[in-house]
Design a protein around this ligand. Sequence first.
Ligand SMILES: CC(C)(COP(=O)(O)OP(=O)(O)OC[C@H]1O[C@@H](n2cnc3c(N)ncnc32)[C@H](O)[C@@H]1OP(=O)(O)O)[C@@H](O)C(=O)NCCC(=O)NCCS
Length: 146
Amino acid sequence: MIIVTMEKCHVPQIAAMEKRFFSAPWDENSISSELSNPLSYWLVAVDEDTVVGYVGSQTVLGESDMMNLAVHPYHQRQGIGERLVLALIEGLKEKGSRCLTLEVRASNVPAKKLYEKLGFQMVGKRKNYYQRPREDADILRKEWEN
Ligand SMILES: CC(C)(COP(=O)(O)OP(=O)(O)OC[C@H]1O[C@@H](n2cnc3c(N)ncnc32)[C@H](O)[C@@H]1OP(=O)(O)O)[C@@H](O)C(=O)NCCC(=O)NCCS
């Protein structure tokens, strides 16, 4: 398994995973448009030609937001999610970003444990941020020295 920058060939598999995991999935067009967005930075974990995980972010004025993170169920609990987030942070540091913020469903224990392990701290909540099912978001942030 290696981690690479997202390319066009990865988009259909990412869109399929979005549908599987999220109630408001990104479709192929929106993911593709990230390839030409200078604010965007996406990484993909690939095993030969198969996408096993991905993470997506956008950065404005040195502050980054993580929009998507998923690891295929067959490949979960093997450290891939952790490697993706750490590689994202390294890449963002090199681009001059100072922090990474994300929203996570309040009930999403696996993701919250991962972010806690990586030193993210809770900085707020967004009431009823998610639909289907309706749920609050926890807002987490990690800052670093450049
Ligand atoms: C959240 C997710 C990306 C984690 O990916 P992963 O590759 O399985 O995670 P890792 O193997 O790298 O685990 C790293 C740490 O996360 C935590 N963790 C991951 N899965 C966990 C689980 N099911 N239960 C408890 N803790 C968990 C642990 O602290 C783990 O460290 P440890 O192995 O030393 O205990 C994965 O569960 C997933 O794709 N979930 C569905 C999509 C999703 O919810 N995305 C996040 C949206 S904000």
